[in-house]
Design a protein around this ligand. Structure first.
Ligand code: ATP
Length: 436
């Protein structure tokens, strides 16, 4: 069969020993159960693209759930199953996961207008996938370990760097594939095939997205926002005027191109300087998209996309309140460090970066970056206990004094512990006079 070739040696060169061993063991369990196992999809695609990918997706010709349970039992792992879909996740004690699906005719539903053709279960499983490049499968059973199945010329498309859907109704069947197409196009530096591109134009023109649940759009959008370089993908979505389906205010005319390019620069700046600090970069990009949306529009979007409450507050109320703070940082001629600190303290990194993206004022950018690189770490040695030792009774003056010392430290008026103590004494004296 000219469509199949053995890629066992190639796998040995490219894959880690552990992964290779795991694949062999999966094949052995399949043989014991008298079914056939294949590793499929992104894992195989990335093998041929020379990209590291350890997300193993297995398709079983037969009962995938029984397979997953047997394999997990034999290897000290747990399973989580979805009987309705014939799928399971195998989880090892170190949290390594394998996805298992069943290739069985009863799981497939195709648009009625597609011709019914005879196919093996594995071919059928590959046929319902999004793009040809994701349709490669490698057999794992010991008798045919390493045999590559390429039913839809995926190897050629990978070689030619082109993305193609498998049939003309692909975007009718699932319009979210348009988002996936642009994500893969940019991630791999591929081009979208001519026919596929016109099918996308058609999906946009006919507004296929109207009937897609917001939750599914959010899932695909988040996958885009979590890519290493989301900006070029979002710009492609803008090219197709596709972000308008999230909200009409998210459109290219709104200076979004410049903002997204700035978002890339600002997050790169941050990631280089604060390599160990984690934050949700995707949320920074998402807020950048929302920058022309007021509170009502933002809440509408959050409802439609079913965004979790903890993000709603950041994307809505807090983000919009920040816009007011930003005006002050842009316009006030004189602001000392303590004033900048008091305006920004406690803000999440996501919002700090968002503010840097939104402003074109050099003054504001300098103030915010100074806060993030230096001021936010400011601390004093003086504590409440020191104030008690000075004879100050606990009360409102306590926190006011500590705050005054911190501000003095931020503004460079005290540098060490002695100066902090002296400054605290002075403050207490002054406050004492005032209250008399
Ligand atoms: P990534 O590297 O982003 O994880 P992936 O190809 O592994 O890419 P997943 O989103 O994990 O992508 O999907 C796993 C497989 O399921 C893909 O290879 C793809 O063929 C298939 N798939 C995912 N979403 C769809 C969809 N909407 N329509 C058809 N097939 C899909």
């Amino acid at each position: 069969n000219k469509r199949s070739r053995v890629v066992h040696n190639f796998m040995r060169e490219r894959l880690s020993r552990n992964i290779l061993k795991m694949l062999a063991q999966l094949g052995e369990t399949a043989a014991e159960l008298d079914c056939r196992a294949y590793v499929v999809g992104g894992f195989v695609r990335d093998l041929f693209l020379f990209r590291k990918n350890e997300d193993i997706d297995v398709v079983i010709e037969g009962d995938g759930i029984a397979f997953a349970k047997t394999f997990a039992n034999a290897h000290g792992a747990r399973t989580h199953t979805h009987e309705k879909f014939g799928t399971a996740v195998i989880t090892f004690p170190d949290d390594f996961k394998i996805d298992v699906a069943s290739a069985r005719m009863e799981y497939y539903q195709f648009p009625a207008s597609l011709p019914v053709v005879e196919m093996s279960s594995i071919k059928m499983d590959m046929f319902r996938r999004d793009f040809t490049i994701n349709t490669l499968a490698i057999e794992l059973n010991p008798d045919k370990f390493g045999r590559l199945l390429d039913f839809f010329s995926a190897q050629k498309d990978i070689k030619d760097k082109v993305l193609r859907v498998l049939h003309n109704l692909s975007f009718v069947e699932d319009p979210t594939r348009v988002f996936r197409a642009l994500r893969f196009e940019q991630r791999f530096g591929f081009t979208i095939g001519k026919l596929t591109s016109s099918l996308i134009d058609n999906a946009v023109k006919m507004d296929f997205f109207k009937r897609v649940a917001g939750k599914r759009i959010y899932t695909e959008l988040k996958l885009i926002l979590k890519e290493e370089h989301p900006a070029p993908i979002l710009l492609r979505l803008l090219d197709y005027d596709l972000l308008r389906i999230i909200h009409p205010l998210i459109k290219i005319e709104n200076d979004l191109q410049r903002l997204l390019e700035t978002a890339q620069k600002v997050t790169d700046w941050h990631d280089l300087l604060f390599i160990d600090e984690s934050y949700e970069r995707w949320a920074v990009y998402f807020m950048t998209l929302l920058c022309h949306c007021d509170l009502d529009a933002t809440l509408e979007i959050c409802n439609h996309l079913t965004i979790a409450p903890r993000y709603r507050k950041m994307f809505g109320e807090t983000r919009i309140m920040m816009a007011e703070h930003l005006t002050r940082l842009e316009r006030r001629k004189r602001m000392d460090n303590a004033q900048v600190y008091n305006l920004l303290k406690g803000l999440r990194t996501e919002l700090i970066l968002y503010m840097m993206i939104c402003t074109t004022s050099d003054t504001a950018i300098k103030r915010i970056s100074k806060y993030h690189t230096q001021l936010r770490h400011a601390a004093i040695t003086l504590s409440g206990k020191d104030l008690l030792d000075m004879g100050l009774p606990p009360g409102p003056l306590f926190s006011r004094t500590l705050q005054a010392v911190l501000e003095a430290k931020l503004n460079g008026r005290v540098r060490n512990r002695e100066e902090e103590i002296a400054f605290a004494r002075q403050t207490i004296k002054k406050q004492g006079k005032k209250s008399r």
